[in-house]
Ligand binder design. Structure first.
Ligand code: ATP
Ligand code: MG
Length: 434
């Protein structure tokens, strides 16, 4: 994309309302704009990041055998009356009345709806287990929306729902999601730590939160450094092998990890390599058995012909929160430092002297070689402005073309994460970027 024709409205000043780095940088880099409290419009650069994160989530859900669907944002209140949650959910739920006086709501989550869809079509244990997910906007009227997209009111979530005929099979579904989650976060350059969690308003007993450690996290966390050495993508763990899934589960749940409320100083004393910090919750998984299948009358025929209420779990990832969480985990004073997998553009090309025939020609050559993953800063701006915006936007690679290099046929390649620079031929620079 050519920056001169793009809508990437960067800001020089730090917006006063932003208290944490990710919020500040998302506004300054022109990723989002707030339209109401806790509600954001995603601009081109931010939207590209959000889609890349969603795509990684999607690929790992698919690898785990979950199937993508899309449920609506608006739901009938009636479904939530059946589960008993309509009154229980409280003021976080945005309630709507349509022109026929029917009570509707903007979904904060989809357990009821997926249970209803399943109830209409599934009759036999032979059709189980199944795991269905969607990536859809949610609305929760948070008391205190803050930190930009980290605690929004409208936010993008991946939520998956599993159905199994018995407890052991439900536990396997849960463990598949655990492996999928660890692989997902690793691909985004994040080290996530699964923590045994209290069941929230969704209920249940087997529950883990996935926490990213960053200075501005909302909760205090304690964990064993052993987590940092777990490699979920090592190839040792297959979604198709119950033995692998169980081994991975015990690898993830044996080392000590706790949020402040659950922290046990007595157990903590025995941890050899202690780590502590602030935690951001980027995912949450629950097993909740028949909590919805029973009151909502979801029944299938079991192997012996008798009716069974399927055992369910739900699995959330905060897709839009992750944009903020990744920035919290990876930035410096100058701006964002994107991991390559989620960067809006892999490389930015800086033309330091627009209108100079050699610079323009060399830039066009490099730009053509870079393909769709490149942003070309072809604005009539001072070099200082281009350098500052490139660091702010956090592209993994910067290719700098100035008159001196252009005369010699070389470019300068800068790696954003390390600041390393090298003077290279165009071919070598392109090869380095890969
Ligand atoms: P929290 O404790 O942060 O409010 P939650 O327990 O309410 O989270 P879940 O219902 O488990 O969250 O939702 C799944 C995921 O959706 C969370 O792990 C989080 O990453 C994300 N999420 C939840 N609430 C918000 C929000 N207000 N804004 C952005 N993301 C959110
Ligand atoms: Mg919440």
């Amino acid at each position: 994309m050519r920056l001169s024709r793009s809508f990437v409205p960067t800001l020089k000043e730090t917006p006063a309302e932003a208290q944490i780095a990710s919020h500040r940088l998302m506004l300054r880099a022109g990723l989002v704009r707030q339209t109401s409290a806790g509600i954001y419009a995603w601009l081109p650069a931010g939207w590209r990041v959000l889609q890349k994160i969603a795509q990684i989530v999607r690929e790992e859900q698919d690898a785990a055998g979950a199937q993508e669907i899309l449920m609506p944002t608006i739901q009938p209140a009636e479904l939530w009356r059946q589960s008993g949650r309509y009154d229980a959910y409280g003021p976080e739920m945005l309630r709507i009345v349509d022109r026929h006086d029917r009570e509707m709501l903007y979904g904060p989550t989809n357990e009821e709806m997926i249970t209803e869809i399943f109830r209409q079509s599934v009759r036999s244990y032979r059709e189980l287990p199944q795991n269905l997910y969607h990536i859809q906007w949610k609305f929760r009227d948070e008391v205190r929306p803050r930190f930009g997209v980290m605690r929004g009111r409208e936010f993008l979530m991946k939520d998956a729902y599993s159905f199994a005929i018995d407890y052991p099979s439900a536990v396997l579904e849960y463990r598949k999601m655990m492996l999928a989650y660890m692989r997902t976060f690793q691909r985004m350059g994040l080290k996530a730590i699964p923590m045994q969690a209290e069941a929230g308003p969704i209920g249940g007993n087997l529950s883990h939160e996935f926490i990213i450690v960053a200075p501005t996290g909302e909760s205090q966390v304690y964990y064993d450094a052993a987590f940092e050495r777990i490699d979920p993508a090592s190839g040792d763990f297959s979604f198709d092998s119950p033995a692998d899934l169980n081994r991975f589960f015990s690898l993830l749940t044996t080392p000590y990890a706790a949020t402040d409320e659950k922290h046990d100083p007595a157990l903590w004393r025995n941890v050899a390599e202690k780590r502590e910090g602030r935690g951001i919750e980027v995912g949450h998984i629950f097993y909740f058995g028949t909590k919805y299948s029973e009151p909502m009358g979801l029944v299938v025929a079991g192997p012996d012909g008798r009716p069974v209420h399927p055992f369910m779990g739900s699995y959330g990832i905060g897709v839009s929160r992750l944009v903020g969480a990744i920035i919290e985990a990876s930035h410096d004073e100058a701006g964002i430092i994107w991991p390559e997998s989620v960067a809006p553009w892999k490389a930015v090309l800086l033309n330091l002297k627009m209108g100079d025939a050699r610079c323009d020609a060399l830039c066009e050559e490099v730009y053509a070689g870079l393909g769709a993953e490149a942003l070309y800063d072809d604005r009539e701006e001072r070099a200082g402005v281009k350098f500052a915006d490139a660091d702010l936007l956090g592209h993994p690679w910067q290719i700098i073309v100035g008159p001196r290099g252009a005369a010699a046929g070389t470019v300068e390649l800068k790696r954003r994460a390390t600041g390393e620079r090298a003077e290279l031929s165009v071919a070598d620079a392109l090869a380095r970027i890969g």
